[in-house]
Write a protein that binds this ligand. Structure first.
Ligand SMILES: CC(C)(COP(=O)(O)OP(=O)(O)OC[C@H]1O[C@@H](n2cnc3c(N)ncnc32)[C@H](O)[C@@H]1OP(=O)(O)O)[C@@H](O)C(=O)NCCC(=O)NCCS
Length: 180
């Protein structure tokens, strides 16, 4: 059975955890990392939402950063997601909770993301949560070693989430997205 995760909005006190997970060896092949000032500005501003997944032991186990929170077309971006211990079954319930939070608490129409084409594990997790692959951005990611990798654009629409959501969304207040 998949481990349970409890989703909560992050506070500035969670930034060291976020930065530590960003810097886990190997994660840099798949996610970008920010300096503390960038996180501090983003978490305080209206355009990002930071979410923490607390694991079964009640300790932070993963984080997600949503961006474009005020997009007038209702396209919210899952900008970054990472767990501290990949491969232990947290990703699926975490992603389900992120979908529930996004569509349950904002006016989002579409939750979208880029995933590095070679990130087979993440692509598997997204597909399993009904994200559709929409296209390929050829050679779009510049890797730390100077090579380039394609990015895959994926998204989940509100109606797809509603049709497949397993349970009620956790209600956490968030600023409303202005109508187009
Ligand atoms: C992506 C990430 C959040 C997923 O979370 P996770 O806890 O590792 O995922 P889970 O353990 O819930 O599930 C992993 C699934 O991928 C599958 N998997 C593992 N390696 C795989 C591979 N190389 N190819 C295909 N599938 C793979 C597992 O079998 C499992 O599938 P199942 O649930 O059907 O059994 C996590 O791996 C992570 O933080 N990775 C580093 C950062 C990253 O890549 N972020 C995504 C950026 S877009």
């Amino acid at each position: 059975m998949a481990p349970r995760v409890a989703l909560r909005p992050a506070t500035p006190a969670d930034i060291p955890f976020v930065m530590a997970v960003e810097r886990i060896p190997g994660h840099d092949a798949f996610i970008n990392l920010w300096a503390e000032e960038e996180h501090a500005a983003s978490i305080a501003g209206p355009d990002h939402a930071y979410l923490i997944a607390d694991g079964p032991d009640g300790r932070p186990a993963g984080f997600a950063i949503l961006s474009d929170m005020r997009d007038v077309h209702g396209n919210i971006c899952l900008k970054r997601i990472a767990v501290a211990a990949p491969g232990q079954g947290l990703g699926a319930p975490f992603l389900r909770a992120i979908g529930g939070w996004t569509f349950g608490n904002t006016a989002a129409h579409r939750l979208w993301l880029y995933v590095v084409a070679t990130n087979d594990r993440a692509r598997h997790v997204y597909r399993a949560q009904h994200f559709a692959e929409e296209g390929t951005l050829r050679e779009a990611r510049l890797n730390p070693d100077g090579t380039r990798t394609a990015l895959i654009l994926m998204s989940l629409l509100r109606r797809e989430w509603a049709a497949r959501a397993a349970g009620p969304a956790p209600m956490i207040p968030t600023p409303a997205i202005p109508a187009p």
